[in-house]
Ligand binder design. Structure first.
Ligand code: SAH
Ligand code: SF4
Ligand code: F3S
Length: 585
């Protein structure tokens, strides 16, 4: 059997990054070797995103690039995973016969079996490319095309099978402090909720990820403990509406030793406490408290993405009183116009959002103890029917919110969504773009002001790695930034597509080995010990701080939490100096 080499590239959100990590872990245990370039791999996998058209176009062009190779290389297996596989389904295979395996997010645990099948089929076929006897041209072999989408696009929360197999994927996580790839990352993602029930009218996620299902708290805590034992000190909990987490213990039924997803009961309590909280329910506040108290080795606990309507005071109290929970909230608003919020089906008004914001700041904004609250948000420009007046309201709203950063996207009509069916995409591209730029310019001013306010303050910072600037100086390319065997994340975090994202706003100088991608840090040997290297660090409020440090000891600081004073500020990044080089125990 030939060596099974895999190239895995990930597009889209953190949920996809985690899925890729889990899939890679499974494949690695089965003996697959990961490589840095598609041309070196006999299995090429794309874990895809459908949230905007541009994210999909990237994948189409990647697949197009593989066409010629597929004609001449009968051993190549191409797999499309994730949200595009779910949304486009078999149409994708029809349009792109180069694809052998198509696996939606709900079926990822089956990927190893499908790949094995596809590879064996290939291996049993002749090693030479097939040639059409009439034209003498190579023929594309579709050995074993398989498509696995979710058992139903809207998996019912009571559909045990779908939920269970998903749970198995998370439970399969291989966590070892002695990973072949080097030191285990200090930062990791842990999923707490899958799917989404909100149905914002523009959004494809409820269709690609299915119904909202909450993972059992004990599974979550076990995973956090294992990650901590393996060396993680920062965990980011993931969910599309993460603060909507709510697990009803009584509703969990065990079938064949597997936990059945609970029936989804929604808590949309505004500032109220969950009325049913108690012995049978683990609320989001309970979960945060449990992780904080039961896994003390986790020095930073984060969560994304929050939904404005679901923030009860109970959650804010837990954050305030549990020091290792970060003072950072990502709470997308999407628009500052009530009319548009309604058309988007966001379920809150501007006044309600602002009430939430004021309440949150009251609880959590404590600059006097070095813990200012940092907020970030998302906006869509050019949503159908958006008038100048709507847009002006959004600008005023943005100023009022004072986010440390905002992700601003041009509206992209997505087939299958309610807005696509009911609302004409009537805002011209140039208007979408102009509004996008205008909002970004405004946000940059705000970010700059917030940065300046930090000068002179002292923060605990997690040293995430060497800055890109340092690595570039050392002649390192982005390919070097990830060790062999790691997942390639082309468009990390929320920066989904270069064309429709806002480069300045979203692309600050991210640390080389971006901490939130659960990869190992890259340590670069210093050539010259007198030289200073730039370390990229992060505050618990998610502010990036650069620190110049002598090369001789810079590497040894990576992965530690240290105290730093901010000396200068520039837009989204700060420059600082270490005040105490002691790892916080
Ligand atoms: N669950 C998260 C968002 C997930 S999608 C939440 O509700 O906050 C990430 C972001 O992509 C959204 O916040 C929205 O700003 C943007 N987005 C989603 N669908 C979009 C579309 N069709 N066009 C443009 N932007 C979109
Ligand atoms: Fe999409 Fe809305 Fe769900 Fe976020 S809350 S994933 S924007 S449907
Ligand atoms: Fe994209 Fe799917 Fe995430 S559509 S944003 S990868 S949930």
């Amino acid at each position: 059997m030939s060596t099974r080499t895999v190239y895995l590239e990930t597009f889209g959100c953190q949920m996809n990054e985690l899925d890729s990590e889990l899939v890679a872990g499974q494949l690695r245990t089965l003996g697959y070797r990961f490589v840095q370039s598609a041309s070196d791999a006999n299995v090429v996998l794309y874990n895809t995103c459908s949230v905007r058209e541009h994210a999909e176009q990237k994948v189409w062009s990647r697949l197009g690039e593989l066409k010629d190779r597929k004609l001449t290389d009968p051993n190549l297996i191409v797999g499309v995973l994730g949200c595009m596989a779910e949304r486009d389904g078999t149409d994708l295979i029809k349009r792109m016969p180069v694809v052998d395996v198509l696996v939606g997010p709900a079926e990822l645990d089956k990927l190893p079996g499908l790949l094995d099948n596809a590879l064996r089929t290939r291996e049993s076929l002749q090693a030479e490319p097939l040639v059409d006897i009439n034209t003498n041209k190579p023929v594309m072999i579709s050995a074993n095309q398989v498509a696995l989408q979710g058992s139903a696009s809207r998996r019912s929360a009571t559909l045990a099978a779908a939920g269970d197999s998903l749970e198995l994927l998370d439970l399969s996580r291989s966590i070892s402090p002695l990973d072949d790839d080097g030191p285990v990352s200090r930062s990791a993602y842990v999923r707490i909720t899958r799917g989404c029930n909100k149905f914002c009218t523009y959004c494809v996620v409820p269709f690609t990820r299915g119904a909202e299902v909450h993972r059992p708290p004990d599974h979550i805590i076990d995973e956090c403990k294992k990650l901590a034992d393996a060396g993680a000190i920062e965990i980011t909990l993931l969910g599309q509406t993460v603060n909507h987490y709510r697990f009803e213990h009584g509703a969990a039924v065990t079938i064949d030793g597997l936990t059945q997803p609970q029936k989804g009961r929604s808590f949309t309590g505004g500032h109220r406490r969950d009325p049913l909280a108690g012995a049978n329910v683990t609320t989001f506040a309970d979960l945060l408290r449990r992780i904080h108290d039961e896994v003390p080795a986790i020095k930073r606990l984060r969560f994304v993405t929050s939904y404005p309507r679901d923030f009860g005071d109970d959650v804010l109290e837990v954050i305030r009183h549990h020091p290792r929970i970060c003072r950072y909230l990502h709470v997308p608003a999407q628009s500052g116009s009530d009319r548009l919020l309604k058309l988007m089906n966001r379920g809150y008004t501007v006044a309600e959002y602002l009430e939430f914001l004021d309440r949150t700041r009251e609880y959590l904004d404590q600059p006097e103890i070095g813990r200012p609250l940092m907020l970030s948000g998302d906006f869509i420009t050019g949503f159908p029917t958006e008038t100048d007046e709507d847009f002006n309201l959004t600008k005023q709203f943005l100023v009022r919110c004072r986010y440390k950063n905002a992700f601003i996207f041009k509206y992209s009509p997505r087939p299958g969504t309610i807005a696509f069916d009911k609302l004409a995409d009537d805002i011209p591209e140039h208007t979408k773009r102009a509004r996008n730029n205008e909002l970004l310019a405004l946000q940059n001013q705000i970010a700059d002001d917030i940065s300046r306010e930090q000068i002179g303050r002292t923060f605990d910072v997690l040293v995430e790695g060497l800055s890109r600037q340092t690595l570039k100086k050392q002649g390192k390319t982005s390919g070097d930034l990830r060790k062999a065997g790691q997942v390639t994340i082309t468009i990390g975090g929320r920066n989904l597509a270069p064309d429709d994202r806002n480069d300045q706003s979203n692309q600050n100088d991210q640390p080389a080995a971006c901490s939130t991608t659960a990869t190992s840090v890259l340590e670069v040997p210093a050539n010259n010990t007198a030289e200073k290297l730039q370390l990229a660090c992060r505050t618990d409020g998610d502010l990036i701080v650069f620190i110049d440090h002598p090369a001789a000891t810079a590497n040894s600081l990576i992965g530690q939490i240290l105290k730093a004073r901010i000396t200068t500020a520039n837009m989204l990044s700060l420059q600082g100096e270490l005040v105490e080089e002691v790892l916080k125990k």
